[in-house]
Structures are given as structure tokens and as C-alpha cells.
Design a protein around this ligand. Structure first.
Ligand code: HDD
Length: 699
């Protein structure tokens, strides 16, 4: 277990108990040592096992504790995984805020970050098509600050009052609880059509963003508009952004679908392994800031959560770094019991009148009651690292023992008055509000299609192809014609050819006219291709190296050394998980014991495949349908494939598809992400992995 310590990690030690204690004896919950933990007390002898006795306090206690182990899962974002880390600042934002965490560059602020899917239940698969949660708890010196965000910068609805509807429509349908963790059903798409405001968001949700390769390779957005207030009392509107240093990468859909069955914990394990291996995921932390005076300068309302603030108009100012460096000690007491609230802000950070945010500020507090009970803020993972003093008392499962004779404020013992803002007290911004009470949204909230178009226009051609196929998949799973025909019609508001392609696939009438012309505008920061890191790396990429008896040890050892030097994770795959012998090696030789065998894993679980030569090895692999499938499938999923010597022909044959021709007269190929050479030549293979794409121009 990695042991990066922050003040929060140290704080948690007080509540920890280590079960790996060789000296400790098993006891009841109340400390009585037990003599037998396997047999319920009963009337029995060697000839007869008679009835059990209700009297047995140990057995009853054990069953009773077990019976009540479960708490309700989160009503949304039930499936998640988390890690500890730290936040550091390299540039002070003192010009816009007086928050210590955003101004003091010498600080290291402990964080706990929980990633999640939205729709699925706790036991659902990681790689489903869905929005991902990105919730960060900063344990600052001035109290806890939570940014409860997603990996997509916009949301389905503008007003919190619609939240139960959008979630009910997306969750399994009420009559048969089908489908699990899927948006591909009638109710979800019915809702999307009925709410034009959701259009921008479902374009994002149908894009590659909704099938991330890893939690470590996705952006995080606070989504809502918050405010920052500086020392002078000036207020700015702000959006928070986290951008991963590894770049933004995704699966292709077929891969995501298969992994959901092959390894439902893929993302959870990926995060855990990266941290255990010391390859800590990092994000740049940025702010987009708009001074109060410019609130109305944009064609969209800056308080509308269905809109992005295009980077070309409001640049991102990257000022800090977030690093995850420690896995949780226990899932339940940390990842499950952590409770995030958008209303948890610190001095210098405040809310805006964003109607989604204002509703969220009620909901998060409220939901913790049914999940965790009234004393949820006392749970170790939720406690701040700074002192807490107030007279909130009692309630079920109160844990803190508060000493003293008074439980009200002010009182005869406590002389310190509440803090002034200068002393670090939270200052409410004195905003002047004039208006009518009304159930409505302002005019700019009524435009819904400009930014959906902006997003679609900004995608690269493969991203557009993927989005079209995603809509085709989803609407194919809707069996009510009114749902898919109306939706295809709606798509003509964004792009006619997209609407036509989707309608061709899913049935119904193919629309002939755009309902609205495409404005043709694009913006940066919307396509994933905008995030290719300046220094691409193969670090943490999973590379499968396939060998059989007689493999070429020079090629094998060469690629192994090169991948290790680049920080990639190498997995040797053989026809069996017992020793595989190299070319010329005798039975008593050392050989290589593969990490997995060809039937035990699938190519989907790796970023890249490499096959070293070796006449005998390749003869064996050629005859093994699963080995051929490994390579062919990796090719279909656009992955970098490397081969040397005899493996070149094997890889070419495995990837042979109509329309694909590799250069004929040479055994050196470098096209469609397939890199082969007669000699070990890892450089171009590494480049192919770094680009994290293979035959992109083909599929
Ligand atoms: Fe929410 C959980 C993100 C709108 C009500 N939400 C939850 C989590 C994330 C988000 C990441 C999981 C936190 C964790 O890991 O424990 N939610 C968002 C974003 C939204 C959003 C980015 C749009 C900007 N949410 C939203 C609205 C409401 C809620 C409009 C209600 C009015 N969300 C909840 C909740 C949850 C929750 C019911 C379930 C569990 C929890 O809060 O702690 O209160």
C-alpha cells in the first residue's frame, strides 16, 4: 500500500484498526475473547447434531451485524472508486480570490477524489456509456471545500427542479428495472426529446468522452458557475477545470462493451494499479474567470449549466496541480461513506445564481441523511482537518463526546466572538437583488442548439463517426418508433447529415431538410484531440507481449527493456501460464512464466500488443485461433501493434481485412498503427502507443 501522508491521512490514523495483527485474538464486538467462531452453540454430540440455541450471543451478534451491513447506495453515482492525494498551487489567484488554497503557493492541501458513473447501481460495470463523476474534497486549513463535478462540462438540465425527472428517465425503467447502467432505452431518449435544453449534453454523452479509457485520462469540470471574491471584496464568476497530464483518451465502443463483461472493475483496478505502481495520476487545475461587470456580455447566460464558456472567449488559467498518490485503506469507510456537498465552500469561494447549483446546494446535504444519518459529518473521511466548534448536538449515532455544561451560543464560558472576515470568517457577498418572484428562467436560457452545434463542429472526423454510431446504437435500443423518429427529427436542428445517417440506421423517415442552418463555428478544447500532451508518454499503458515456445529472446528482452524504461506495464501472454521456453532453450532453462494465458485475458484489456518473432513460436501462434483473434481484435480497436521477424507475416495475416494493404515488398511496415520490423526497433512502436491510436483513419 502506498503511504503518501498528508495531514488528512495522518488524521485518519486515529480511527484506524489493523487486522493484520499477529498478537490479537478474535473477540466479540464487546471485547470478549472467543473460543470457536465456526460452530453455533447447539445440542450435539458425536452421534447427533441437534438444534441450535438462540442463547449463543456470539453467533447472534455475528449474524445480526451481517444482516445490517448494507446502507442505501447513492441515488445517483452509486458506483465509484476514490483515492487520496494533494493539491498544490504554482500561481496565486489573489487578484480574484482570498481563498487560502488558491492564493498560498507554499501550501499542500490534502484531497480525496471520488470518480463514479451516474446511472448504474453499485455493482454495475465501469466501462458503460455514461457521464463520469469527478468529486474532489479539499481538506483546507479553512474547512472542507468540495468541487462535485463531472468529466463533461455541461449538464442535461438548467433548473434543479428537473433533476428527479432526468434521473428517473435514465435509470432502469420502473416496470421491469431494465436496463442496468444504460441510457439506451425509450425513457432516456423520450426525456431528451421532451427537453431541448438537454441537446448539448447528450451530444457530449454520445461522444467518446462518455467511454473514457481511464479515470486518469479524463477532464474534470465543476460544471456550475461559482464565484470568487478577493481581498478588496470584488466578485468574479468562475468555472473550475481539471485537465489530465496524460491527455484525454477513450475506448472505442466495441471495446467498452466487451470490457463491461470481461472485467467490470476495469477503471477501478486501473486507478488502483497506477497508484500502487507509483505512477501517480496528475491534473492541471484551472479557472475561467469573468468579472461581475461582464456578466451580460455573452450570447449565452453564464449561469446556464447547459453551456460551456468557450476557451476562445474565456481562456483557462491553469494555476495548480492535483495529484492522486494513495489508495484508500478501506472501501466502505472511505469511498462509500465520503459525502460531498456543493454547498461546502470556504472563504473566498461562493455561489452564483445558477439555478442548478442552488438546487444542488439543498440536495447533497439532504441525501446524506438517508444514506449516512444526521451525524454524517463526524465520519472520519468527512471530518475537516481544521478545528470545529459549534453547538450542533446529539442525533442518532453521535460519536463526539462534547465536554462542558453549555450547548448554546453565546454563553458565559466562551469569550471569543464569531470571526470577522479579516480573521478568516466566511463573508457573504452583499449582492443587491431586485426582482419578481416567478417560476421562470431568463431569456438567454431559452436557446438550446448553438452550443450543441459548436461541439459537433469541433469534433475530429473519427470523433464524429463515433458519435453518429453511438446515437445509432442507443436509438436502436428504443423500440417505440415515436422515440427514435422524433429524436432523428430533432437532430436536423444540429446537423442534417448526422440526422440522416442516424435515421438510416435506426429506421423511420429519413429527414430531408435541416430545421436550422449550421452556423459552422468551432471552438478549441471541445475535441479530445486538443489534449494530446506536449510530451506524449507510454507510461502506465498496458502492453501485452504474446509468446509461445521458441520465441525470439532478443526481441522479447529488447521490447521488455524499452517498455519498462518508458514506464509502460508489460504483460506476457502465452498459450499457457506455465514456463515458456525461448528459442534454443532447453527444458531446464529459465524461460518466462507468462502473466496470463491467451484464454484468460482478451486484447481489449490492453492498450497495445507486441509479438516477437521466433519460427517455432509463430508456427504455434498461427495455429491458435485465439492468438490470431487477439491481434485482429486489437487492430479493429485501433491499437498499436508491434511485431518483429517471423511475427511480421503473422500480424499482417491476422490484420488482413478487405481494403487493407500493408507494404508488400518489405518486412518493415508502419501504417494503420501497425509497426513491424525484422529487427527489434522499439522507437516507432513506442510512438504508436504514445499517440494512443492505431488504425484511426481506417475505422
Ligand atoms: Fe449530483 C451525487 C455531480 C447535478 C443531486 N452528483 C453526485 C456526485 C457527483 C455529482 C460527481 C457523486 C458524488 C460522490 O462521489 O459521492 N450532479 C453532479 C453534477 C451536476 C449534478 C456535475 C450538474 C452540474 N446532482 C445534480 C442536481 C441534483 C443532484 C441538479 C439535485 C437537485 N447528486 C445529487 C445527489 C447525490 C449526487 C442526489 C447522490 C449522492 C450524493 O449526492 O451524495 O444529492
Amino acid at each position: 500500500m502506498n503511504s503518501e501522508r498528508t495531514t488528512k491521512v495522518a488524521d485518519l490514523q486515529k480511527d484506524m484498526k489493523d487486522v493484520h495483527n499477529k498478537e490479537a485474538c478474535i473477540t466479540s464486538d464487546f471485547g470478549v475473547k472467543q473460543t470457536n467462531t465456526d460452530d453455533w452453540l447447539k445440542v450435539a454430540n458425536d452421534d447427533k447434531t441437534g438444534p441450535m440455541l438462540l442463547e449463543d450471543p456470539f453467533a447472534r451478534e455475528k449474524i445480526h451485524r451481517f444482516d445490517h451491513e448494507r446502507i442505501p447506495e447513492r441515488v445517483v453515482h452509486a458506483r465509484g472508486s476514490a483515492a487520496f492525494g494533494k493539491f498544490t498551487l504554482h500561481e496565486s489567484a489573489a487578484d480574484v480570490t482570498n481563498a487560502g488554497v488558491l492564493t498560498d503557493t507554499s501550501r499542500e492541501t490534502p484531497v480525496f477524489l471520488r470518480f463514479s458513473t451516474v446511472l448504474g447501481s453499485r455493482g454495475s460495470a465501469d466501462t458503460v456509456r455514461d457521464v463520469r463523476g469527478f468529486a474532489v474534497k479539499f481538506y483546507t486549513q479553512e474547512g472542507n471545500w468540495d468541487i462535485v463535478g463531472n468529466n463533461i462540462p455541461v449538464f442535461f438540465i438548467q433548473d434543479a427542479m428537473k433533476f428527479p425527472d432526468v434521473i428517473h428517465a435514465g435509470k432502469p425503467e420502473p416496470h421491469n428495472e431494465v436496463p442496468q447502467a444504460q441510457s439506451a432505452h425509450n425513457n432516456f431518449w423520450d426525456f431528451q426529446f421532451m427537453h431541448p435544453e438537454a441537446t448539448h449534453m447528450y451530444f457530449w454523452a454520445m461522444s467518446d468522452r462518455a467511454i473514457p479509457r481511464s479515470y486518469r485520462m479524463m477532464q474534470g469540470f465543476g460544471v456550475n458557475t461559482y464565484t470568487l471574491t478577493n481581498e478588496k471584496g470584488e466578485r468574479h464568476f468562475v468555472k473550475f477545470i481539471f485537465t489530465p497530464d496524460l491527455g484525454v483518451h477513450s475506448f472505442v465502443w466495441d471495446e467498452a462493451l466487451k470490457i463491461a463483461g470481461q472485467d467490470p472493475d476495469f477503471h477501478r483496478k486501473d486507478l488502483w494499479e497506477a497508484i500502487e505502481n507509483g505512477t501517480f495520476p496528475t491534473w492541471k487545475f484551472g479557472i475561467q474567470v469573468i468579472p461581475e461587470s461582464k456578466e451580460n456580455d455573452f450570447e449565452f447566460d453564464i449561469l446556464d449549466a447547459t453551456k460551456v464558456w468557450p476557451e476562445d472567449l474565456i481562456p483557462i488559467r491553469y494555476i495548480g496541480k492535483l495529484e492522486l498518490n494513495r489508495n484508500p485503506d478501506e472501501f466502505f469507510t472511505q469511498t462509500e461513506q465520503v459525502a460531498f456537498c456543493t454547498s461546502h465552500v470556504i472563504p473566498g469561494v461562493g455561489f452564483s445564481d445558477d439555478p442548478l447549483l442552488q438546487g444542488r446546494n439543498f440536495s447533497y446535504f439532504d441525501t446524506q441523511l438517508s444514506r449516512l444519518g444526521i451525524n454524517w459529518q463526524e465520519l472520519p473521511i468527512n471530518k475537516p482537518v481544521c478545528p470545529v466548534l459549534n453547538h450542533n448536538r446529539d442525533g442518532a449515532m453521535r460519536h463526539t463526546i462534547t465536554k462542558g455544561t453549555v450547548n448554546y451560543w453565546p454563553n458565559r464560558f466562551q469569550a471569543v466572538p464569531p470571526a470577522t472576515p479579516q480573521e478568516g470568517g466566511y463573508a457573504d457577498y452583499p449582492e443587491k437583488i431586485v426582482g419578481m418572484k416567478a417560476r421562470m428562467r431568463s431569456k438567454k436560457f431559452r436557446e438550446h442548439f448553438n452550443q450543441a452545434q459548436l461541439f459537433y463542429n469541433s469534433l475530429s472526423p473519427p470523433e464524429k463517426t463515433h458519435l453518429t454510431a453511438a446515437l445509432g446504437f442507443e436509438l436502436d435500443h428504443c423500440n417505440d418508433p415515436i422515440v427514435y423518429t422524433r429524436l432523428c427529427d430533432r437532430l436536423t436542428e444540429i446537423d442534417l447529415s448526422l440526422a440522416q445517417s442516424v435515421a438510416e440506421m435506426v429506421g423511420g423517415e429519413v429527414p430531408q431538410q435541416a430545421k436550422r442552418q449550421n452556423h459552422g463555428k468551432k471552438a478549441k478544447g471541445l475535441s479530445q484531440t486538443d489534449f494530446t500532451p506536449a510530451n506524449p508518454t507510454i507510461a502506465t499503458r498496458r502492453v501485452a507481449v504474446i509468446i509461445a515456445d521458441g520465441y525470439d529472446p532478443v526481441a522479447y528482452n529488447g521490447i521488455k527493456a524499452a517498455l519498462k524504461a518508458g514506464g509502460a506495464f508489460l504483460f506476457t501472454i502465452g498459450p499457457r501460464r506455465n514456463k515458456i521456453l525461448a528459442k534454443g532453450e532447453s527444458k531446464s532453462g529459465q524461460g518466462v512464466v507468462p502473466d496470463h494465458h491467451l484464454e484468460g485475458m482478451r486484447s481489449t484489456l490492453f492498450d497495445s500488443v507486441f509479438v516477437p518473432g521466433g519460427e517455432q513460436s509463430i508456427k504455434t501462434l498461427c495455429k491458435n485461433g485465439r492468438a490470431v483473434h487477439w491481434v485482429r481484435e486489437a487492430f479493429g480497436h485501433l491499437k498499436a501493434i508491434g511485431a518483429t521477424g517471423e511475427a511480421v507475416a503473422f500480424v499482417k495475416d491476422a490484420c488482413a481485412l478487405p481494403g487493407i494493404t500493408f507494404s508488400e515488398n518489405s518486412d518493415v511496415v508502419s501504417s494503420y498503427g501497425v509497426v513491424t520490423a525484422s529487427q527489434v526497433e522499439p522507437r516507432s512502436f513506442k510512438e504508436a502507443i504514445q499517440m494512443a491510436k492505431g488504425a484511426e483513419d481506417f475505422v
